[in-house]
Write a protein that binds this ligand. Structure first.
Ligand code: HAM
Length: 420
């Protein structure tokens, strides 16, 4: 037997209904906020992520599915959506479009070779948004509030929005230098990942899961001490907007995010339930990326966005025992007795479906009792039993499965019964 690859999952019919419910809700929310859907390829040039996400990040160093295609090009299955959306923005010269800023959203599979864990997969489905072309604290606040709105719209309550500012590109550089100086004398006590990160990506030492309780992490310089006046001002305005919107948040100066392109606003939305027993609590993450477009040879526009995985959204829903209002309803199940009735049912089903009625019959020659069980399993709202007599009289008893009531109607008019 060949098994499913590690870290992936089959989403079976009962579950796909929940997925579609969630995705329809997300589409509807995006209309409210005036974000439009973009679909980019599942694979891109490796260089896009190496440059965009950053050579020193875990994603690029360890987690990408990269291969050579038959034309000897290095190709990578996308590990995230932002770099691809920005590539598309640049390639399609979206800065020249009339409606600015450009607000886009996407939803699709992403691939990271990570250790499998509850809430962590090697193929996962990311829904994300990117607003490109406005550097304005108002849009930062809108994006953060929207992330919160998405989760709340499903009835989730145990949520925590954690925010930070990582300043502009100069601030980051100064801060990184200070961190190198701070950690260098003690780095031998740190894990091998942190040792490797010291000179490539020292900010990541701050959110290392292994070394998080080390004294040097606790006493490390804080990014907030390095923010220049304009960064401080920008951050203060984002927070002011969040206060105006009554979106609660907590600040965490150690929130640095795992991808290199962030500047200024960075945030994560987490599960905040004391009874939650999973290791993974981050539901969604994002932030502002002011240098990314230029880094990818684009115009000097800036952007902000976030992404969440549907897998983790479902995990949060299960955690809070929230059932989605998924429509499992079915209109009609036709039970038959005898060959003639069976043939007639095939024909009438065709008419029913063409008129938008969800209908089905038995194909396994079950007894009527077995056919009724099938109707139950399908959650059919109505059933009929067609036999010789019904065909002769052109009359049928239609039973409402919820109320138990039945009425007699003309068999020829079955379609009308549902459509009128
Ligand atoms: P990220 O923090 O790497 O950011 O991922 C965002 C979200 O994707 C996570 O919070 C989580 O919900 C989900 N996710 C990531 N990896 C996995 C996994 N292995 N299994 C399940 N879910 C996962 C980004 O990807 C940025 N592109 C977000 C962004 C958009 N920033 C600005 N715009």
């Amino acid at each position: 037997m060949i098994n499913i690859p590690r870290g992936t999952q089959d989403i079976l019919p009962k579950e796909t209904k929940r997925w579609r419910f969630i995705e329809a809700r997300l589409d509807a929310l995006m209309e409210l906020y005036n974000y439009q859907e973009i679909r980019t390829p599942i694979f891109e040039s490796t260089e896009l992520f190496a440059r965009g996400v950053g050579d020193s990040t875990d994603v690029v160093q360890k987690e990408m599915y990269t291969f050579k295609d038959k034309g000897d090009r290095s190709i990578t299955l996308r590990p995230e959506g932002t770099a691809a959306v920005v590539r598309s923005y640049i390639e399609n010269k979206m800065q020249g479009l009339p409606n600015q800023p450009i607000k886009l959203y996407y939803n699709g599979p992403m691939f990271r070779y990570e250790r499998k864990q509850k809430g962590r997969y090697r193929q996962f489905t990311q829904f994300g948004v990117e607003a490109i072309g406005a550097e304005n604290p108002g849009i930062d606040a809108e994006v953060l509030a929207m992330a919160m709105h998405i989760y709340q719209s499903f009835g989730l309550k145990h949520l925590k929005l954690v925010i930070n500012s990582i300043g502009d590109i100069d601030t980051r550089q100064e801060y990184n230098d200070a961190l190198v100086k701070h950690f260098e004398p003690v780095i031998d006590d740190f894990c091998s990942d942190c040792q490797a990160r010291l000179h490539t990506n020292p900010m990541r030492i701050l959110d290392c899961k292994i070394d998080k309780d080390k004294e040097a992490v606790k006493t490390a310089p804080r990014i907030t001490e390095f923010l220049n006046e304009s960064s401080k001002q920008y951050y203060a305005e984002v927070k002011q907007h969040l206060d105006d919107l009554e979106v609660p948040y907590v600040e965490d100066p150690n929130l640095v995010r795992g991808l290199d392109y962030y500047t200024h606003t960075a945030f994560e939305l987490m599960i905040d339930n004391p009874n939650y027993d999973g290791a993974i609590t981050t539901l969604c993450g994002g932030g502002r990326y002011n240098g990314l477009l230029e880094l990818l040879d684009g115009p000097s526009q800036t952007g902000i966005g976030f992404a969440l995985s549907i897998e983790r959204l479902l995990l949060a829903l299960d955690e809070e025992n929230i059932a989605l209002d998924v429509d499992y309803d079915f209109d009609l199940f036709i039970a038959t007795m005898g060959d003639e009735a069976d043939r007639f049912a095939v024909k009438i089903l065709n008419d029913l479906r063409k008129n938008g009625v969800k209908a089905d019959k038995d194909y396994l020659q079950r007894k009527v009792k077995g056919q009724m069980k099938q109707a139950d399993r399908l959650n059919a709202n109505y059933t009929i039993v067609i036999g010789e007599q019904e065909l002769q009289e052109n009359k049928i008893n239609i039973k409402n499965m919820q109320s138990g009531d039945s009425e007699t109607i003309v068999l020829d008019k079955l379609v009308d019964y549902f459509t009128k």
